[in-house]
Design a protein around this ligand. Structure first.
Ligand code: PMP
Length: 366
C-alpha cells in the first residue's frame, strides 16, 4: 500500500501532488529560456505574496536559517545595535546570528507562551540606539504569534530597520510587508510556501538595500552577500541569463507551481482558511482537556499548535500511538519544556479532513 501517513509537523509539510510532480521534470539548464521565465515568474509572485510590490525578492538555495543569515549578514556591521525579540527557540537563534556578525544585541525574552508587550518594545527603541529590530512572527517552538504589524509601526516611528522571521508564517499568517513597513521578510520553502525543503526566500525593502549599499565594511559572508545575488535576481526578473551559484532548478520549478496555487486561492482566503482550521483544532483539543503553550488565543499561531501532553500521558508513547494511526506530529523543541509538549503543523495544503483525522487519532491515543 502507498504511504498513507499524514505528515502534520510544522515543516516539512504535506505537499500538493502537482508541486511534487514539477520537481521530477527533466532538469533544465539554469540559463534555458523556459527556466529563466520560471525563475522570473517566481520572483514576481513572491512580491505579490509578500505584498511588497517595490521590494527586492531573493531566491537562494538553502534552508530558512540561510535566509536569516542572509538578512543579518547584509545589513549588520560591527558594533551595530540590534534589538532581538524572542518568544522561543528561533528568537534566540537570531541573537546568535546577529552576534556572529559583530552586532551588539539586546534580547527581550518572554515567559514561555507569552507574547511581547508593545510598551516594553517602545521603551527600548525610544533610547534611540538601535539600528535593527528582529521579530520572529511565529516561533515554531512555542506556537506564539507576534504582533508584527504593530511592532513594525513602532520600529518605523524610531527609524529602526525591521527584520521579520516569517519561516513559520509567510503565506499563512497575514503579512503586508510594504503597508506594514517591514524591511526584510524571510522564509523557507518547506512550510506554508508548500515546496520541499531547500529554498531560502526573502524580500528586502529599498531602505534595507540602501543600508547594504552604504556599508563601509564588506559583508562577512561570501555566499549570502547581496552583491553576488542582487544582479542575478535582477537578471531573472528582466528575463536575462546570469550566473553566480547554480540555482536549485527542480525546486524552483516546484516553487512556480506552488506560488501559482497560493495566488489562485487568494491571500485573504488563505489567511482565513488557516485561521479557521487552527481554531477548529484548538476548540476540539480544548474540549478534550488539552492546554496550549501560548497563554492566550489572540497570540496563538494559525500555522501550528504547541500543546502540553495531559499529565497522565507519556509523550513518546502518545506520539508513537499517533504514528500507528498514521498521524506524524513533532515533539517539543524548547529545551525548558521539551518533554512536556508536542507540536502539530497545520499549514499549506492542510484541509479540514486532515484536522478531523488528527483529532480522531488523538482521541484514540490518550
Ligand atoms: N525560523 C523559524 C520560525 C522556524 O520555524 C525555522 C524552522 N523550523 C527556522 C527559522 C529555521 O529554518 P530551517 O530549519 O529551514 O533552517
Amino acid at each position: 500500500m502507498t504511504d498513507r501517513n499524514l505528515l502534520m509537523i510544522p515543516g516539512p509539510i504535506e505537499f500538493e501532488p502537482e508541486v511534487l510532480r514539477a520537481m521530477s521534470i527533466k532538469t533544465a539548464s539554469h540559463v534555458a529560456p523556459n527556466f529563466i521565465e520560471t525563475f522570473g515568474n517566481c520572483l514576481d509572485m513572491i512580491q505579490k505574496i509578500w505584498q511588497a510590490p517595490t521590494g527586492q525578492a531573493f531566491i537562494v538555495a538553502g534552508s530558512g536559517t540561510l535566509a536569516m543569515d542572509m538578512a543579518a549578514a547584509n545589513i549588520t556591521e560591527q558594533g551595530d545595535k540590534v534589538l532581538v525579540l524572542s518568544t522561543g527557540y528561533f528568537g534566540k537563534r537570531y541573537k546568535d546570528i546577529f552576534d556572529r556578525y559583530g552586532a551588539k544585541t539586546t534580547i527581550i525574552e518572554t515567559p514561555i507562551g507569552e507574547t511581547i508587550d508593545l510598551n516594553t518594545i517602545e521603551n527600548e527603541l525610544k533610547k534611540g540606539i538601535y539600528k535593527i529590530i528582529s521579530i520572529t512572527h511565529v516561533d515554531t517552538s512555542t506556537g506564539v504569534l507576534t504582533d508584527a504589524k504593530n511592532i513594525a509601526a513602532i520600529a518605523n516611528k524610531y527609524n529602526v530597520l525591521s527584520v521579520l522571521d516569517g519561516v513559520c508564517s509567510v503565506a499563512a499568517e497575514e503579512i503586508a510587508q510594504e503597508e506594514w513597513g517591514i524591511d526584510v521578510v524571510l522564509t523557507a520553502s518547506q512550510k506554508a510556501i508548500g515546496v520541499p525543503p531547500g529554498l531560502a526566500l526573502l524580500v528586502a525593502s529599498e531602505k534595507a538595500i540602501n543600508v547594504w549599499k552604504n556599508r563601509t565594511t564588506p559583508v562577512q559572508n561570501y555566499y549570502a552577500d547581496f552583491a553576488n545575488w542582487l544582479p542575478i535576481m535582477k537578471a531573472y526578473q528582466e528575463r536575462r541569463p546570469s550566473y553566480f551559484g547554480t540555482p536549485a532548478v527542480n525546486l524552483i520549478n516546484a516553487l512556480e507551481v506552488s506560488l501559482k496555487q497560493i495566488l489562485a486561492e487568494g491571500l485573504q482566503n488563505r489567511f482565513a482558511r488557516h485561521k479557521n482550521l487552527a481554531t477548529l483544532f484548538r476548540t476540539e483539543l480544548k474540549k478534550l482537556g488539552f492546554k496550549y503553550v501560548p497563554t492566550k488565543d489572540k497570540h496563538t499561531a494559525n500555522t501550528l499548535s504547541a500543546v502540553y501532553y495531559p499529565t497522565h500521558v507519556n509523550g513518546n508513547d502518545f506520539r508513537k500511538k499517533l504514528a500507528k494511526n498514521n498521524i506524524i506530529v513533532a515533539g517539543g523543541l524548547l529545551p525548558e519544556i521539551k518533554e512536556q509538549y508536542f507540536r502539530v503543523g497545520h499549514m499549506g495544503a492542510v484541509t479540514e479532513n486532515d484536522i478531523v483525522a488528527v483529532i480522531n487519532a488523538i482521541k484514540k491515543s490518550i
